[in-house]
Write a protein that binds this ligand. Structure first.
Ligand code: NAP
Length: 492
């Protein structure tokens, strides 16, 4: 690290944050509370909320307990249910932004298209031809963002209405009609549960079945909300309490040690759920996965098996041959005539910050740095991309827990990387090449042994089939975020 004490003096840094979803807002709120004067959040959409703004499909819910899915500094006593519905989460973010008067820091409808490091600062361009500069760039662009439109033959020929789950259109009538839902990740399952009774007929197309973790969702009464309001300890008891955290730790143990007792317990629960709650043996076999639970992100649902046993609902396990004008034709013959086709087919999860063109030191581009796979040192920083930090970026923890908590821990880490910049000891910070290489070789070796790498396909896997996730425990992540190893950084 090169320190120049004779010139060191405090610097007012200018920050640009890309994205006004959960993580970008967090960065803005933190910068604001630290007294940072100069920062702007660029948001290509018309309002805040990110994934909660984009996803408006029927049944949208967050399967993390609502009281744990909030900023630690902004508890919300008013959640209507244990698992909050999506629109309520969207309102939460809108309310927090207004309470903190953050809205005027956000440039809405402004898509950042390029960021170029000129040797001293980042120079940004936007789709409308706007320009800006920043000392520090925070990418909070999310991962579940660009819809994956499946390459199914004839999809464009369908005469009915087709919509992706993340591009829901309220004008499309679903009540009393013949619906097809392709995909059974967390999204497809939530949609099927919500529409099973509203549709005249519903076909759930499953290329591969999912293990379903039964959960208990319930509404909070007015009295309970009043009690949350009067005594924050009740909220903390959920958010920081033993029930939630022991669950996360057990789940985590299962993911990183697929032969652990914790995994055996998950296997027992999901198997029992299937055996007990699906009456028809043929349907039960259709719904039985042939891979380990949690290999794909575990689907939490209180009522999926009940939904697919309702009259008019059908599970289709045959492969889709093609989509035709009137519906979906299966490989082994037969066609499902449909009015509406819902694509709950997930997202292109290798994109991260892209398609924004990021050009760092010595013309390094993100496309080139991520030619093999998207990565970052401890999910935060990339060599040759000075003062460029990511929230919920590649290799960060993902799973059935609150990503708000992950982003808060990451921000605490980034704050420490900013210290030499703020106090004038340095003008640029980025991870060293050798540090990233060492981190990645350890991470990849461990990631291959996690349940995510145990033999299924999922959005957790990169192009080479390696889980692109944090492969150690949640507590190890929390420890790693407590303090950066500054020797791993190129600080100039
Ligand atoms: P996903 O988990 O990636 O699932 C996509 C589904 O589409 C899979 O069932 C996949 O089948 C199927 N599919 C994709 N291409 C297909 C094709 N060509 N033909 C047939 N089927 C195809 O996507 P998601 O359900 O939108 O969920 C993504 C993530 O969003 C979740 O894992 C979770 O992290 C997040 N999410 C969270 C919540 C929550 O409550 N917290 C709710 C919704 C979503 P295969 O399995 O065979 O590939």
């Amino acid at each position: 690290m090169t320190v120049t004490p004779h010139t060191a003096s405090k610097r007012d840094l200018r920050f640009v944050i890309i994205g006004a979803g959960m993580a970008g807002l967090l960065a803005g709120l933190k910068l604001q509370s630290s007294g940072t004067q100069s920062f702007t959040i660029y948001e290509k959409g018309a309002t805040v909320g990110g994934t909660w703004r984009e996803n408006r499909y029927p049944g949208l819910t967050c399967d993390v307990p609502a009281h744990a899915y909030t900023y630690s500094f902004e508890p919300n006593p008013d959640w209507s249910r244990f698992y909050a519905p999506g629109p309520e989460i969207q309102r939460y973010f809108e309310t927090v932004v207004d309470r903190h008067k953050l809205r005027n820091r956000i440039r809405f409808n402004t898509e950042v298209t390029g960021c170029h490091w000129d040797g001293l600062r980042w120079r940004l361009t936007t789709a409308g031809g706007g320009e800006d500069v920043a000392d520090v760039l925070i990418a909070a662009t999310g991962v579940l963002h660009h819809p994956n439109i499946p390459a199914i033959l004839g999809l464009e020929c369908f005469a009915g209405e087709t919509l992706h789950s993340a591009r829901w259109n309220d004008d499309v009538v679903v009540d009393g009609r013949r619906l097809g839902v392709i995909g059974n990740g967390s999204t497809g399952v939530q949609i099927v549960v919500a529409l099973a009774e509203r549709a005249r007929e519903l076909v759930h197309f499953q290329r591969s079945p999912q293990w379903i973790m039964p959960v208990n969702d319930f509404a909070y009464s007015d009295e309970e909300r009043e009690a949350f309001r009067e005594d924050q300890a009740r909220i903390d008891a959920i958010r920081f309490g033993e029930d939630y955290w022991s669950g996360i730790r057990r789940f985590n143990e299962a993911i990183i040690e697929p032969d652990s007792p914790a995994m055996k317990e998950i296997e027992r629960i999901v198997l029992e759920n299937l055996e007990r709650n699906v009456a028809d043996p043929a349907l039960r076999e259709q719904l039985r996965p042939d891979y380990k639970p949690a290999c794909k992100r575990l689907v939490y649902s209180p009522s999926y098996y009940q939904a697919v046993q309702k009259p008019g609902v059908r599970v289709e396990r045959d492969r889709i041959a093609q989509v035709e004008r009137s519906g979906v034709r299966m490989e082994h013959g037969g066609i499902h005539p449909l009015d509406v086709l819902v694509l709950a087919t997930g997202f292109q999860t290798d994109r991260f910050v892209r398609p924004i063109k990021i050009e760092g030191r010595n013309h390094a581009t993100l496309d080139e740095a991520w030619r093999v796979r998207p990565t970052a040192y401890y999910a935060i920083s990339i060599p040759d991309f000075p003062n460029f930090f990511m929230l919920n970026g590649p290799t960060a923890p993902v799973g059935n827990f609150s990503l708000i908590d992950i982003a808060e821990k990451q921000w605490a880490y980034i704050e420490q990387l900013l210290a030499p910049l703020r106090d004038g000891r340095a003008t640029s910070v980025s991870a060293r090449h050798d540090a990233l290489a060492e981190y990645e070789s350890r991470r990849i070796a461990k990631a291959r042994t996690t349940v995510f790498g145990s033999g299924c396909t999922s959005w957790y896997l990169d192009a080479e089939g390696v889980p692109q996730t944090w492969p150690w425990t949640y507590d190890q992540f929390a420890d790693a975020m407590l303090q950066p190893d500054m020797a791993a950084y190129d600080i100039r």
